[in-house]
Write a protein that binds this ligand. Structure first.
Ligand code: F6R
Length: 658
């Protein structure tokens, strides 16, 4: 056996750099692993794009090697580059490796760095001191300093600044005397030994040059799922990496080690006790993870919203008119006992939670608080058995939300998850789950997940109201019927976006954009501002319209664009009139007003420099239509400014660090 490290770059270290939210893929099968791993990384790149790398164990076939016969079986090839996947692919092409018909086993990594600048040398995979194993990692090994000191004391030199490299060296050492009937079993045993020593969050994948045909993974607090193919198996951070090859997947639990070979999937806990993985079928279509002719994933995902909302509503009422959640490990009595609801979430999901507060309190009359998940446990909230904590997360892996959920469970609260990702950690650890059926969301900025989170929150509110007898089945059915009209209304909004696109070109050079709204339009204003910040890198802020006069109105200068989301003049007319007054206030101070209002609302006309109508919608459901123009606006402004709309700088899709 030989080892080579043809593309490894740069050495020496002072600091350790963790790897926060990354995409990880592993393949064991008979097909050329390099291409399969690169394809998987392409689908996972939204999870992080600071660097990318692969490790391939060349198979034993004499055929293996590139056309020039430069590589031979039994080698471990690693390649890695800072920057997007394209940099790695270019390097591979330059090395003549891209066309390799080789490698039955491979792992690949796309990184979102948590500390320090991303460089070639810190890119994954990392090799052990003897070159025998290559390791990729998602998470942070918290006791790395101690481990590194121990390894350095033993004379091992580090080639990177990462915590991951500790795992590679420890694995090689553990392999020296790991028990096992086959090289693969020895690798799995070594992984268990190492995992027991690591603290923090990690998904690790490893290949061993002595064990071609096997990839071993370990999981604690970071995502990892298994894809079961025909004569081949996969490991990945999420199913989008392998849905074009198989729709059959297996969930892994906490603190588990998995070995995949072309024919086997063997799961144990960290002590070697066998574990049954939970199989599940992936309903997502492979084409759902393709751009399908759209310039950006984000535009495609915005366009998919009517369908995503309809799917999330599908089949929710049973024959007796009762609402159905997806997985309920709570009794109706548990729900009747709830005397307080906390919603925990981050970013866009938090904005969905803010809207939910209005609906849940209105429909159930139970007090409902919304908290940023990252703040929740640190303020020691008062929770008990009769508290319901609703955790909203598209990815199901957001560490802040997961930690909030765990804190709630420790305090004996009941936890209900609203999630888009089957097999992810947050739903698995919750007492009840309602899945949003948005399909894979690839663009980093959340759009269709947000709208489906709103729908799921409405359903949770209605379910609670029904179980507690606050609303009759026919009242619930009437609101469901209104919800069922929403896909068509969203479609109408989407068909009227030409003037928004035009306005976007006009606003592309603005220094700052403000958003205002009241009641459920306030979170919509916050969401509009978040989209603009993250995509266009512009200063944007959302305010409760009534708060402006308490300070922020000083920001308004001649021509400052202010986007005003106006509540319906029907029903809660008082809200509408108050916002119209707020529009006049900003206009009087020179603002350029961009007004989103309900069709037929003539009262706003005199104060709107630009006016966009959305279809008439019940007040609580209005965010399902008023958010859409703000998504399109942010996307178009970012595009006009020449930004990468799907992969904005500094961000990653799945935030698995606190
Ligand atoms: C913004 C965005 C983020 C996420 C947040 C939570 O467009 O996508 O703010 O909403 O990171 O992510 P999930 O929903 O996966 O927990």
């Amino acid at each position: 056996m030989r080892v080579c490290d043809s593309f490894a770059h740069g050495f020496c270290s002072k600091f350790c750099y963790g790897t926060g939210m990354c995409g990880i893929v592993g393949y064991a099968g008979a097909r050329p692993a390099l291409n399969i791993v690169l394809d998987g990384l392409r689908r996972l790149e939204y999870r992080g794009y600071d660097s990318a790398g692969v490790a391939i164990v060349l198979s034993g076939d004499t055929d293996d090697g590139d056309a020039a016969g430069r590589r031979r079986p039994g080698e471990l090839l690693t390649a890695k580059r800072a920057g997007k996947l394209a940099n790695l692919e270019k390097a591979l092409a330059e090395e003549g490796a891209h066309g390799l018909r080789v490698g039955a086993t491979g792992i690949g990594h796309t990184r979102w760095a948590t500390h320090g600048g991303p460089t070639d040398r810190n890119a994954h995979p990392h090799r052990s001191f003897d070159g025998r194993v290559a390791v990729i990692h998602n998470g942070i090994i918290e006791n790395f300093a101690k481990l590194r000191a121990e390894l350095e004391h033993d004379g091992i030199e580090f080639a990177s600044d990462t915590d991951t490299e500790c795992a590679a060296h420890l694995l090689a050492r553990a392999l020296q005397d790991a028990a096992g009937a086959t090289p693969g079993e020895k690798l799995a045993e070594a992984m268990r030994i190492v995992s027991r020593r690591l603290e923090g969050a990690f998904t690790l994948l490893a290949v061993d040059v002595e064990a071609p045909g096997v990839v071993v993974g370990a999981r604690r607090n970071s995502p990892l799922v298994v894809g079961r193919g025909e004569g081949e198996n996969y490991l990945a951070s999420d199913v989008s990496a392998f849905i074009e090859h198989t729709r059959e997947a297996v969930e892994l639990g906490q603190d588990q080690v998995v070995l995949i070979s072309p024919t086997d999937i063997v799961i144990t806990d960290f002590h070697g006790n066998p574990v049954e993985g939970k199989p599940f079928h992936i309903t997502w279509d492979a084409s759902a993870a393709e751009k399908s002719g759209y310039e950006y994933f984000m535009l495609k995902e915005i366009a998919e919203q009517p369908h995503a909302v309809a799917e999330t509503l599908l089949g929710r009422l049973n024959e007796t008119g009762d609402l159905m959640l997806d997985e309920v490990r709570l009794t109706d009595q548990d729900l009747r006992d709830v005397d307080k609801v906390f919603i925990v979430a981050c970013g866009t999901a938090y904005h969905a939670g803010m809207v939910a507060k209005y609906a849940i309190e209105h429909w159930t009359r139970i007090p409902c608080e919304v908290e940023l998940a990252s703040e929740f446990r640190y303020r020691d909230p008062v929770l008990d058995r009769s508290t319901l904590v609703v955790a909203i997360s598209q990815s199901g892996e957001t560490m802040d939300t997961l930690m909030a959920l765990r804190h709630a469970k420790e305090q004996k609260a009941r936890v209900l998850a609203i999630c888009n990702t089957n097999g992810s950690t947050i739903p698995r650890e919750s007492d009840a789950v309602l899945y949003t059926h948005a399909g894979p969301e690839i663009a980093v900025a959340s759009t269709k997940a947000f709208l489906t989170q709103l729908v799921a929150c409405y359903l949770v509110g209605l379910h609670l109201a029904q179980v507690r007898g606050v609303k009759y089945a026919d009242e619930v059915a009437a609101i469901i019927a209104q919800l069922q009209e929403m896909p068509e209304k969203i479609e109408q909004v989407l068909s009227m976006m030409a003037p928004i696109r035009e306005l976007a070109r006009d606003l592309a050079e603005a220094k700052s954009v403000l958003f205002i709204g009241r009641h459920v339009s306030y979170p919509v204003a916050l969401e509009g501002a978040l989209k603009l910040k993250e995509l266009a890198y512009m200063h944007a802020e959302g305010f409760a319209a009534g708060e402006l006069k308490h300070g922020p109105i000083a920001l308004i200068d001649e021509g400052t664009p202010v986007i005003c989301v106006v509540p319906s003049p029907r029903g809660r007319g008082v809200l509408h009139d108050k916002v119209v007054s707020n529009i006049q206030e900003v206009r009087a101070r020179g603002a350029r007003t961009i007004v989103i209002a309900e069709e037929g609302d003539v009262a706003v006309k005199p104060y709107a420099d630009h006016l966009f109508y959305v279809p008439i919608t019940p007040t609580l459901l209005a965010p399902l239509v008023t958010t859409v123009p703000l998504q399109v606006l942010a996307c178009e402004i970012a595009s006009a400014r020449g930004h990468d709309v799907d992969q904005p700088r500094n961000l990653a899709k799945s935030v698995t660090v606190e």
